[in-house]
Design a protein around this ligand. Structure first.
Ligand code: NCD
Ligand code: ZN
Length: 349
């Protein structure tokens, strides 16, 4: 990466997004081009309705995504399967043969479209053994779902109750703790050894939980795991800018129709794909760590997944611009995070 104080511009190896929701159908035509304009590859989350649970479904979904990539743009969707209590162990070999790279664990009920998720991790052990054997990754939504546990504590409790035993039982399974939000998670991952990594979103680097309540309730800042207090945001910034190769970029861009977010029971998920790398640049710049952005955004994820790094480049300039405040989203409307606001970094090439 090249930066110079006098030239307010940075050039990076083309980054990848290691955690992305693109949905399906007409919605793909809006969101896939946004991601493909910035990222070379993205890990596609399988939480469709119904979820992606077979290799054949993953292949068909990949084709629908590829059909939404604009002509002349090179973008590779990396597919995942959704872990259920009954995902057969022998589906893992078929998935690997089809190019699927990972399986996603959602504790049942933890987040959007997670009803089919895992009720008891021990029920999945045969499948996890196959995963470890075949060298696919396990991606984890790290929150317990018990109503007795305070919503803001669910990630820290998950680490103690679920992740530590899982880590012990599958020592060579590559595990990514997705979208970490707490200092406990950052510390756990930093100390957990070479088979454990984490993704971090741009919005968890930029905002704390005040953003959800400033001047009234702001549903577009509501996602899961929910934004936490400032001490946690600072710990995430420290992890992302530490230069440790076990923390890498995953936007968790999660589009929902605006009317379902601005709702009495609003959906969880922030849409950030329209300006994702710009928001990461803003967060790293604020921390005085732009020189650490390329490793985080372009190298460490590929290395952990055992995939080649990208060869192309992108360039960002320190130049204020205002993103659209709305996009068409099938028959509905999509309101991006910080739409209509000035952003300090702009993707220029
Ligand atoms: C995601 C979604 O909408 O699919 N929502 C979110 O708040 N992040 C699901 C998820 O990643 O938890
Ligand atoms: Zn997600």
């Amino acid at each position: 990466m090249s930066t110079a104080p006098s030239i307010p511009q940075i050039t990076l190896t083309r980054p990848d997004d290691w955690h992305l929701h693109v949905r399906d159908g007409e919605a793909l035509r809006t969101v896939v081009p946004h991601t493909a304009a910035q990222f070379g590859r993205a890990i596609i989350m399988p939480n469709l309705k119904p979820p992606v649970t077979t290799a054949a479904q993953a292949v068909a979904y990949r084709e629908r995504i590829q059909a939404a990539v604009p002509p002349g743009v090179s973008f590779e969707p990396l597919m995942t399967l959704y872990l259920t209590d009954n995902l057969p162990a022998d589906e893992i070999a078929r998935a690997k043969a089809a190019g699927v790279v990972a399986v996603k664990l959602y504790p049942a009920g933890a987040t959007t479209n997670s009803d089919a998720g895992v009720t008891d991790i021990r029920k999945t052990y045969k499948t996890l053994e196959a995963l470890q054997r075949e060298g696919l990754l396990l991606l984890v939504h790290g929150e317990v779902t018990s109503p007795d546990i305070d919503l803001f504590d669910r990630e820290a409790v998950f680490i103690e109750q679920q992740l530590q035993p899982l880590r012990r039982d599958f020592p060579e399974l590559k595990i990514v703790m997705e979208h970490i939000t707490t200092k406990e998670a950052a510390q756990y991952v930093a100390e957990a050894g070479p088979f454990t990594a984490a993704t971090i979103t741009a919005h968890h680097l930029l905002f704390n939980r005040n953003a959800i309540f400033t001047g009234g309730i702001r549903p577009h800042y509501y996602c899961l795991p929910v934004l936490k207090r400032e001490t946690h945001r600072l710990a995430l910034v420290a992890a992302a800018t530490s230069g440790s190769d076990r923390f890498f970029l995953g936007t968790d861009s999660a589009p929902h129709p605006a009317h379902l977010k601005e709702h009495a029971s609003g959906c969880a998920g922030c849409y950030t794909a329209h300006a994702a790398i710009e928001m990461y640049a803003e967060a790293f710049d604020a921390a005085g760590a732009l020189d650490k952005l390329e490793g985080f955004a372009s190298f460490f994820g590929a290395d952990f997944y055992g995939l080649p790094r990208n060869s192309g480049q992108i360039t960002l300039r320190r130049e204020s611009w205002v993103s659209p405040d709305s996009f068409a989203f099938g028959e509905t409307e999509l309101k991006p995070l910080r739409g209509g606001e000035a952003l300090p970094w702009k993707l220029v090439a």
